[in-house]
Design a binder for this molecule. Structure first.
Ligand code: SAH
Ligand code: SF4
Length: 350
C-alpha cells in the first residue's frame, strides 16, 4: 500500500480532522485497497456509534411532484408516470402496522406535492407521534414557516440531501434552483431543532473525487446528523437518461471516508446501493454504515415510487421483511437498535 494512504488511515483511526487533500486521496484509492479503508471505517464506527443498526421504516406517501429534477423519475415532466397519493387513513394504518412490527422511526417521504397541505402533514405527524416513534419528514423544499409548523407538530428529523456540493452541477440538474437555496433550507431545519439528514448522489455526470470530497466537507460544516449517500441510477424517462450508473466501489469509498471524517454520523446503507448489488447493504454495514431504511409503503402503490429504475422491492409482508433484515444484521455480528436512534451529535445527547 502506498505509504501516504497508510499514513492517512493511521491518522484517521484517532482523529477525524482530515484535510481536503486527504479526503481526495482516500476517495482515489485503487479498489484493491478498499478493504483497508473499510476496515478502518468499521473500527471507527464500532468505537464511535457501536454495533447497533437503526431501522427506519419509510412510507412513500405521494409520488406527485412539482419539481423538474433532471435525475428523478418522479419529476413533473415525466407525464406518463402513474401517480398516487395515500389518504390520511392509509398513512396512519401503515404507520400503526410499522410501529407494531418494531420500527422506532418512521420516515414520511414524498415528492413536492402541491395538493398536500402543510396542515395535512402536521396533523398526520401529530397522530403518528402518539405511536411512540420518532418521525422523519422528507418532503422537499418548503418555507421556514412550514418547517416550523411541522416541527411544532412533533417531527424530530428532516431528510433533504444537498445532492451535490458543486453549485454549477447543482444548477444544471435542478433547473430553476440553486445550491444556496437548498443549504438555506438545511440551515433553517437545524435552527428549528430538527436532526438533519443530508447526503448526495454518487456518480452524477460531471462529478469527480474533488467534488465528492467537497460534499463531505459541506456535510461536516452543516453538522449533518445523518448522511444518505447512494449511487446515481439513470432513469430512462429523465434528461439524465444517458448517464452512467454510479459505481458501487465509489459509493463504498464515500461511506467509509464519511465515517472516518464524521464519526458521529448516522449513515444509511441506502436502498439505491442495495438495488445495484444483492449484498449492497452488507457491504455498506462493513464500511461504516449503521442505518437501514426498509420500505413499508403499501404494496399496491410501492412500485410506482420509481425515483430510479430497478428500485429494490420485496414480496415479503412487513413483518417477514423486518425479520429478514434483522437476521441479515445479526449475521453481520451487529444488533438491531431498540431505541429511537437519535443523533449522536453532542447537541442532541440530552
Ligand atoms: N422530494 C424530496 C424527497 C424524495 S427524493 C427531495 O427531493 O428531497 C429522495 C432522494 O432520491 C433525493 O434526495 C435523491 O438523492 C434521490 N434520487 C432521486 N433520483 C435518483 C436517481 N436517479 N438515482 C439515485 N438517487 C436518486
Ligand atoms: Fe421531486 Fe424530490 Fe424527485 Fe426532485 S428529487 S423531482 S423534488 S421527488
Amino acid at each position: 500500500m502506498a505509504a501516504h494512504i497508510e499514513h492517512i488511515l493511521e491518522k484517521a483511526r484517532s482523529s477525524s480532522d482530515l484535510r481536503y487533500e486527504e479526503l481526495v486521496q482516500l476517495l482515489s484509492i485503487p479498489d484493491e485497497q478498499l478493504p483497508l479503508l473499510m476496515q478502518a471505517a468499521n473500527e471507527v464506527r464500532k468505537n464511535s456509534v457501536g454495533d447497533e443498526v437503526h431501522l427506519r421504516g419509510i412510507i412513500e406517501f405521494s409520488n406527485y411532484c412539482r419539481q423538474q429534477c433532471c435525475y428523478c423519475g418522479l419529476r413533473a415532466g415525466h407525464s406518463t408516470a402513474g401517480r398516487y397519493r395515500l389518504t390520511y387513513e392509509q398513512i396512519l394504518n401503515t404507520a400503526e402496522a410499522a410501529a407494531k412490527t418494531g420500527y422506532r422511526t418512521l420516515v414520511l417521504q414524498s415528492g413536492e406535492d402541491p395538493a398536500i397541505s402543510p396542515a395535512f402533514v402536521a396533523d398526520i405527524t401529530r397522530e403518528i407521534k402518539k405511536l411512540d416513534v420518532a418521525v422523519t419528514l422528507s418532503c422537499g423544499e418548503r418555507s421556514y414557516e412550514v418547517y416550523k409548523l411541522w416541527r411544532q407538530a412533533g417531527a424530530d428529523r428532516y431528510l433533504i440531501k444537498q445532492e451535490t456540493a458543486d453549485p454549477v452541477l447543482y444548477k444544471s440538474i435542478r433547473p430553476g434552483h440553486t445550491l444556496t437555496e437548498r443549504l438555506q433550507c438545511q440551515k433553517w431545519l437545524k435552527e428549528l431543532g430538527y436532526q438533519l439528514g443530508s447526503g448526495c448522489m454518487i456518480g452524477l455526470p460531471g462529478q469527480n473525487v474533488q467534488t465528492l470530497a467537497r460534499d463531505l466537507q459541506l456535510m461536516k460544516e452543516l453538522q449533518a446528523d445523518m448522511s444518505g449517500m447512494g449511487p446515481f441510477i439513470p432513469h430512462p424517462e429523465t434528461p439524465l437518461r444517458f448517464g452512467i450508473t454510479g459505481s458501487i466501489s465509489m459509493t463504498i469509498k464515500m461511506l467509509a471516508t464519511a465515517r472516518l471524517y464524521m464519526p458521529w454520523i448516522l449513515l444509511p446503507a441506502t436502498t439505491a446501493l442495495a438495488s445495484l448489488h444483492p449484498e449492497g447493504r452488507e457491504l455498506a454495514l462493513r464500511a461504516g454504515a449503521n442505518v437501514i431504511m426498509p420500505n413499508v409503503t403499501p404494496e399496491d402503490v410501492r412500485s410506482l415510487y420509481q425515483i430510479y429504475p430497478g428500485k429494490l422491492n420485496t414480496e415479503d409482508n412487513m413483518k417477514d421483511y423486518y425479520n429478514r433484515i434483522r437476521t441479515m444484521i445479526e449475521s453481520e455480528g451487529r444488533t438491531v437498535a431498540a431505541g429511537f436512534g437519535h443523533s449522536f451529535l453532542p447537541s442532541h445527547q440530552t
